[in-house]
Design a binder for this molecule. Structure first.
Ligand SMILES: [Zn+2]
Length: 324
């Protein structure tokens, strides 16, 4: 008689507190280190250090256990060997892990697997050195644009090359176009339009809620009815400097625990077969859905004015934002 009682009690608790029903977990990842910024900023060592220290100071008290992915080639060659290790050590001091995101943020659709893997190798030494100085290994790799190869040959050559080099691919489940909001935010920043910056930030946080509303049940469809540990893709930029704390609070309010990438990837869902080969950078949830022979359903798009403003020059931003 005990079992039905316990079950009904558990069910009642689950209904009263959905977050208690199943512990939600998320690994947060930040791509495009050292920072999504203009070239002048990326070539100014003092500015790079300030931006990095501010970003990590924002993250540190939130205890994300996050991982960040580096494009070493984004830093000017003259500054790279001196500034990049200092920048990356700030991230490590903040309790985050590091991975390789290729040297130049290379687009596999425009090159060969050989050139791509050479770019992976060029991106490794500085990241590896700062990790190994702390007794850690360079292990993680994140594909730029989430492009994994648009032909079977390229796809397989890249996968084999990464495995041979000892990399573990860091998939993404919660893909969300934060980079698009961040581009529009930078345009508003360049205009000094603080009211518009705030509106973009609010639209971003609202969008992150909508995206989570979509991906939570979608992920459960793939993982046999339970929500798997998620991997959230974000980027290091001024938008997240200002608004990541609100995104973090959103996840906390929905019952998420922030876990290291390694813990998230130990979820069995990441062992799912993946036969997706297309010229498209998409959530691994979609890849698994397609692999299972089921129709992909896409996550919500950003608001139309954000999409339009992303494609337009900064000079047109205010007109686009004020259009009905
Ligand atoms: Zn990237």
């Amino acid at each position: 008689m005990m079992r039905p009682l316990i079950c009904s009690l558990a069910l009642a608790l689950a209904l009263a507190h959905p977050a208690v029903a199943q512990e939600r977990r998320v690994a947060v990842t930040f791509d495009d280190l050292p920072f999504q910024a203009d070239e002048a900023t990326l070539c100014d060592p003092a500015r790079m250090m300030t931006i990095t220290e501010d970003f990590v100071a924002m993250l540190k008290p939130l205890d994300t256990h996050g991982a960040a992915f580096v494009n070493a080639g984004k830093v000017c060659e003259a500054e790279r060997a001196t500034t990049l290790p200092r920048v990356l050590n700030v991230w490590l001091d903040g309790g985050l892990d590091l991975g390789n995101h290729t040297f130049s943020h290379i687009n596999i659709h425009r090159t060969t697997a050989e050139t791509y893997l050479a770019d992976v190798d060029a991106g490794a030494p500085i990241v590896r050195d700062v990790l190994e100085a702390r007794g850690k290994a360079l292990r993680w790799f994140r594909h730029p644009y989430l492009f994994t190869g648009e032909t079977q040959d390229k796809h397989d050559a890249i996968a084999a090359g990464l495995a041979q080099r000892g990399y573990t691919v860091a998939p993404v489940t919660i893909d969300n176009n934060d980079w698009m909001f961040a581009d529009v935010y930078r345009k508003a920043e360049s205009l000094g339009d603080t009211a518009l910056m705030q509106r973009i930030g609010q639209a971003y946080v609202a969008h992150m809620t909508t995206v989570l509303d979509f991906f939570e049940p979608y992920s459960a469809e793939i993982a046999g009815g339970r929500e798997p540990a998620q991997v959230l893709l974000l980027h290091a930029n001024s938008l997240n400097q200002a608004y990541y704390p609100q995104v973090h609070a959103l996840y906390l309010a929905r019952g998420y625990r922030f876990v290291p990438l390694e813990e998230a990837l130990s979820d069995p869902v990441y062992g799912h077969a993946d036969t997706y080969v297309r010229a498209n950078g998409i959530s691994w949830l979609h890849r698994w859905m397609q692999t299972d022979g089921r129709p992909i359903r896409w996550e919500p798009e950003p608001p139309a004015w954000i999409v339009a403003a992303n494609k337009a020059p900064a000079s047109e931003l205010q007109a686009i934002a004020s259009a009905p």
